[in-house]
Write a protein that binds this ligand. Structure first.
Ligand SMILES: Nc1ncnc2c1ncn2[C@@H]1O[C@H](COP(=O)(O)OP(=O)(O)O)[C@@H](O)[C@H]1O
Ligand SMILES: [Mg+2]
Length: 398
């Protein structure tokens, strides 16, 4: 197991082991440094405001101190964060030596830290340690009864380690907020999504190229071959062995042509590009061996990537139904609502679909995730099966 990188990890991984680590001390240092800084600023401002000088000078100096403290608080917060958060090695987090990218964010966070939250850090540390501390000092209190001079220190000694938990928990909350504000990860996340989208685009371009090559090359040759074989059959004496052989070759060539057309349609469906999702879904449903009800209510053309994804979801789901479900009826429905295309494919078959048993469903989930959507599957043993794809579809169609 790797060593914890944050106080929260240390606390949640092994609540008892937490006490034997340096994390409680680091958390205490974190809270005391923040609280101490805020208290220092408050005392400084109070001292300046009551100084025996003119009102204008007092307010000006106190204001200058607050501005200075706020400017210092952001960078200080980043350094303090290293006490309870070692960073995650991905270029973010307090373990990272780079400056946070958002200086206004840093200043704003510094202001909130000093002016509002710093005293809470101090309060949590003092209350957590104050209660056991007070009990430990019972023997020195003049009014303490004899039994209290014994019970007090015992209770205090027992409660002292417990203080590590509120201190650790509060430091963890503060660190999580600090990290989210000072080292936001949205930029990295968007970058990943963008590069995934690029990959899908590259894949689609390659698909179209293969489809074009097959369409213009291999398919044309097969068409020519089929025609020539057809003509050759006509030239041979009917019923002869040669006519039979050429006839068989002609039938084989026609089968190969049909298979190639299916293959081309699977690689890049022309009908989808030309006539959109409802027409393409009707085409898939028409080839499905199970009677399929279609209920597609879409507001015109959707973005190309959305239509393609929805097409492959429909094709794979209906293939699965034909192959595995034993259903006698299925239904495809699609709606666009709040910028999300919801595509449902249901069947009344035997259920128990399991993505772990094949590659089709997992591939679909990947494909949907690549365009920012998600796939849901409900398929209890005995059925029915519902496969749902939710795909964001806001944006211009292309
Ligand atoms: N509609 C369905 N009804 C019943 N079982 C299904 C259905 N869809 C998929 N399955 C089951 O889930 C498994 C995984 O499906 P999939 O990932 O598409 O793989 P493949 O179709 O290549 O076997 C299938 O092997 C099948 O057993
Ligand atoms: Mg499959």
């Amino acid at each position: 197991m790797t060593t914890p990188r944050t106080v929260l990890e240390a606390l949640t991984r092994s609540p008892l082991g937490f006490l034997r680590t340096a994390w409680p001390w680091r958390a205490l240092g974190y809270l005391l440094s923040g609280g101490g800084f805020a208290t220092g600023v408050y005392l400084g401002v109070a001292g300046l405001l009551t100084a025996p000088v003119g009102t204008f000078a007092r307010v000006l100096c106190a204001g200058a101190l607050v501005v200075f403290a706020v400017a210092l608080a952001g960078p200080l917060e980043r350094r303090r964060l290293a006490l309870v958060d070692r960073g995650d090695g991905d270029g973010r987090g307090s373990g990272d030596r780079r400056r946070p990218r958002h200086s206004t964010r840093t200043a704003g966070y510094g202001a909130v830290s000093v002016l509002a939250v710093g005293w809470m850090d101090l309060a949590v540390a003092l209350v957590s340690l104050g209660i056991p501390g007070f009990l430990l000092l019972t023997p020195f209190q003049p009014t303490a009864l004899p039994w209290q001079t014994v019970a007090g220190p015992v209770a205090g000694a027992l409660l002292l380690p417990v203080a590590a938990y509120p201190i650790g928990a509060w430091a963890a909350v503060r660190a999580a907020v600090g990290r989210a504000v000072l080292f936001p990860k949205d930029r990295e996340l968007r970058e990943v999504v963008r590069s995934r989208a690029r990959l899908v685009d590259a894949f689609e371009t390659e698909r179209r190229r293969i489809e074009r090559d097959l369409h213009d090359g291999a398919q044309q040759r097969l068409v020519a071959l089929t025609m020539k074989l057809g003509l050759a059959t006509l030239d041979l004496p009917p019923g002869s062995a040669a006519a039979r052989q050429v006839g068989e070759a002609h039938a084989l060539a026609k089968e190969a042509l049909t298979e190639l057309r299916e293959l081309i349609r699977g690689i890049h469906p022309q009908i989808l590009t030309e006539r959109g999702l409802p027409a393409a879904a009707r085409d898939i449903a028409g080839r499905c061996p199970i009677p399929t009800d279609l209920d597609l209510d879409l507001p015109g053309r959707l973005p190309a990537a959305v239509e393609q994804t929805a097409y492959y979801v429909t094709a794979e789901a209906l293939t699965n139904i034909g192959r595995h479900s034993g259903a006698d009826r299925c239904r495809v429905s699609a709606r666009c609502h709040d910028g999300v295309l919801r595509l449902d494919i249901e069947d009344n078959g035997s259920g128990d679909a399991d993505p772990a048993r094949g590659t089709g469903l997992v591939g679909l989930a990947d494909r949907i995730a690549a365009v920012g959507g998600r796939m849901l599957l409900s398929s209890p043993p005995g059925g029915p099966t519902l496969l749902r794809a939710e795909i964001p579809c806001a944006g211009p169609s292309s």
